[in-house]
Design a binder for this molecule. Structure first.
Ligand code: C5J
Length: 222
């Protein structure tokens, strides 16, 4: 058994049941010219966490613990993209439109790719997800079952959208979830603060939070 100093209380884990899920660290959310910026967001906030996310990933890899990556994206014919998602609002670029990094949030396009610094290595699972939550319309749960993973550490973007949605889905499925506070980010600082508080409120109603240093320290002694 290992322990991670976390909020609202210590997170106890069994190393064999641990996996890291890195949510949507894609060029389209982090780079100028991508989808995130087209929605009016400051993408430098996302770029700033890349070294910390990388440190967390490397910590899991060094201990031969599973690292799972997700990508929010759709099929080229948009058959898995509800019109209600594509047509909402007045963005400069819509899902499927041709942008500076290829068609926005379409599988296989340059902008949809995971940032090169955080790219999956051979053997790591990559989940292409059409929704905000990584369990919706994907094989994530099957992969976790095969791996024997019951305790999930989360990183990635954005904290209050795809990260929080996936943590809630995981919580409902019986997984214990911990969010790495400095390896997640939002375009809206106040939303990140609120999401962290919501997750760990009421005795970890959705899960735990801890800094990457605390997670790595826990892994060192797990
Ligand atoms: C958003 C995400 N924010 N990965 N996607 O649309 O959080």
């Amino acid at each position: 058994m290992g322990t991670i100093a976390a909020e609202p209380f210590v997170f106890t884990f069994e190393p064999r049941s641990l996996a890291l899920i890195v949510i949507d660290m894609q060029r389209d959310f982090a780079e100028p010219g991508g989808f995130g910026e087209s929605l009016g967001n400051d993408v430098s906030r996302i770029q700033a966490i890349v070294p910390t996310v990388r440190r967390l990933i490397e910590g899991f890899r060094a201990r031969h613990l599973p690292v799972i990556h997700t990508m929010e994206c759709h099929r080229p014919d948009l058959s898995d993209c509800p019109p209600a998602k594509r047509d909402r609002g007045q963005p400069r670029l819509r899902i499927g439109d041709a942008g500076p990094m290829g068609r926005v949030l379409i599988a296989g396009e340059a902008g949809t790719a995971i940032l090169p610094e955080l790219a999956p290595i051979a053997g790591e699972i990559v989940i292409e997800k059409p929704g905000k939550g990584a369990f919706y319309a994907t094989a994530l749960q099957d992969h976790l079952t095969r791996l024997g993973a019951r305790q999930l550490v989360f990183a990635g973007v954005t904290t209050e959208v795809c990260v929080q949605t996936t943590m809630r889905e995981a919580n409902d499925r019986g997984y214990e979830c911990l969010l790495a506070e400095d390896a997640t980010e939002s375009y809206f600082p106040q939303f990140k603060v609120a999401a962290l508080e919501m997750i760990r409120a009421q005795g970890a109603i959705v899960g735990w939070t801890a800094r990457v240093d605390q997670v790595l320290e826990g892994l060192n002694h797990g």
